[in-house]
Design a protein around this ligand. Structure first.
Ligand SMILES: Cc1cc2nc3c(=O)[nH]c(=O)nc-3n(C[C@H](O)[C@H](O)[C@H](O)COP(=O)(O)O)c2cc1C
Length: 191
């Protein structure tokens, strides 16, 4: 356990060009500015296969190297921010898969959801909150929802200015990071 709280940022989308990564990078900067250590967990890089453990995660038995490595990375965190888009009124399959690999590693961990989409990713955030609540993470009640606006995307359907998109939500993101760092710091003191 390090003296500086380690805050994971899970990038829930895995497409080659994603809104999720610049959003996560912005959150990482805010975490560092708050004196904590950001740990980027980009699911495109983690590249977990579809869940392939024989026993359910609650057993605590992990046999595959990728499962053991993922469990160790989550276990080491003092808090976690989930960054998710809205895909057909839900959150991405890659994110559900990454969550389902583990059980005890998540339980009680301070967590927050940052979502984005045309309605701020509200549907994905609600779905994800339900799952994280079921597992037993200590979920920040507010989260941050980042709505797209007309003109955010260029003719190739790419976000024209990712930095400006993140900057639009700078204040709620800063407040959320403050809450999650405080919760993670309290966990460190209690440990
Ligand atoms: C499979 C898929 C489904 C989508 N469904 C929704 C949706 O239900 N609501 C919404 O607001 N945007 C939807 N979009 C648009 C996304 O919000 C937008 O493409 C966003 O950039 C996706 O996040 P990402 O770039 O991190 O993958 C969808 C995009 C994809 C790729």
């Amino acid at each position: 356990m390090s003296a500086r709280p380690q805050i994971g940022i899970i990038v829930g989308s895995t497409r080659p060009v994603r809104v999720g990564r610049p959003v996560a990078d912005g959150i990482a900067s805010l975490i560092a500015a708050d004196g904590a250590e950001p740990v980027m967990l980009d699911l495109a890089e983690v590249a977990l296969p579809l869940l392939d453990e024989a026993l359910p995660p609650a057993s605590g038995v992990r046999t595959n190297a990728h499962s053991i490595a993922w469990a160790e990375r989550i276990e080491a965190l003092d808090g976690v921010v989930f960054v998710t888009p809205d895909y057909n009124s839900g959150y991405p399959a890659a994110l559900k898969n990454a969550i389902d690999y583990l059980k005890q590693e998540w339980v009680g961990k301070p967590a927050a959801i940052v979502s984005y989409g045309w309605a701020g990713g509200a549907a994905a955030a609600a779905q994800l909150a339900s799952v994280l609540g079921y597992i037993g993470l200590a979920l920040d009640e507010e989260g941050v929802q980042m709505p797209f606006q007309q003109g955010d995307f260029d003719e190739s359907m790419r976000l024209a200015d990712p930095a400006a998109f993140v900057a639009r939500s700078a204040e709620p993101l800063r407040a959320l990071v403050g809450r999650i760092v405080a919760a993670a710091s309290a966990e460190l003191v209690d440990a």
